[in-house]
Design a protein around this ligand. Structure first.
Ligand code: AMP
Length: 288
């Protein structure tokens, strides 16, 4: 089945497409940036975007500058036809898909990037384990926001640190856009939906919900003075004799600056990154 959703491959095509939709009226554009291999988590962002905008631009672009290894970039799932069919199930007319090439987004090449001030947000957790990752994220999101000029852009709390980084960048550059964060959508066994889940071999897929179990163990019993003890108990949920899951980090941090919390009056979250064989999974939930 051929999709009827318009798909644009260049920046100028996309601008013409948006112009056609707006017919010179002032319209509110909602924007959902993705790397494709769409699942219900992405669709929930698009649905909310439609509730709050006249038209919605969904970008599908596997951004090379946010990957730390060529192998990870290569094996990242790509399925454009399926993605378009999936978006079609929303039955929305005013949806525009932007699927640029790497050269379109990086005409100068990807070897050197601009340097964004991301506060200290990119020095902890994902930032510490994936050097340069958030500079790549900031670069592509900034370029896409400048192109699409949305009133609101929608991001998932599944990648909470990314959401914090983008809010920080948008504020510091005074971009005229509202950055909206939306809750994580999960499989019925609790595993956070992710395009990478498709890469999990069955035994690892079966073990992966232990991440959510470990996070919930901390959340259900949380008080700041018990944090260390609860973390140890959570680690023993992840690292069992079957050796299927290898913990990269488990951290409790305040929800704004992502630093060690000092008081329960702060909003606090717990964050986890795990290797399931050669697939890296992340998750986080609020603690208060
Ligand atoms: P990605 O395609 O993985 O780069 O994700 C694109 C957007 O979808 C990001 O804002 C993610 O945070 C969001 N997202 C990914 N997985 C989920 C999920 N399970 N629930 C909600 N949002 C998600």
């Amino acid at each position: 089945m051929k999709s009827s959703i318009p798909i644009f491959y260049t920046r100028s095509e996309l601008l013409t497409g948006i112009e056609k939709c707006s017919r010179s009226k002032k319209i509110h554009i909602g924007f959902v940036p993705t790397m494709g291999a769409l699942h219900e988590g992405h669709l929930s962002l698009v649905r909310t975007a439609f509730n709050e905008s006249d038209i919605v631009v969904v970008s599908i672009f596997v951004n090379p500058t946010q990957f730390n290894s060529d192998q990870d970039l290569e094996k990242y799932p790509r399925q454009m036809e399926k993605d378009l069919e999936y978006l079609e199930t929303l039955n929305q007319n005013d949806i525009l898909v932007f699927a640029p090439t790497v050269a379109e987004m990086y005409p100068e090449g990807t070897a050197t990037l601009p340097n964004y001030n991301l506060g200290k947000l990119d020095s902890v957790m994902e930032g510490a384990y994936r050097p340069g990752h958030f500079q790549g994220v900031a670069t592509i999101v900034h370029r896409l926001l400048e192109l699409v000029q949305p009133r609101k852009a929608f991001f998932g709390e599944k990648d909470y640190q990314q959401l914090a980084v983008i809010k920080h960048m948008s504020k510091s550059l005074r971009l005229p856009v509202e950055i909206v964060g939306l809750p994580t959508i999960r499989e019925s066994d609790g595993l956070a939906m992710s395009s990478r889940n498709a890469l999990l071999l069955p035994e690892y897929r079966k073990a992966a919900p232990r991440m959510y179990e470990a996070l919930n163990h901390i959340a259900n019993n949380f008080s700041l003075h018990r944090a260390e003890e609860l973390m140890q108990e959570a680690i023993s949920i992840i690292e069992t004799p079957d050796n299927l899951l290898k913990l990269e980090y488990l951290e409790i941090a305040d929800a704004e600056k992502l630093q060690k919390p000092i008081s329960e009056n702060q909003k606090i979250r717990v964050f986890i990154a795990v290797w399931a064989n050669n697939v890296r999974l992340i998750d986080n939930i609020p603690l208060n």
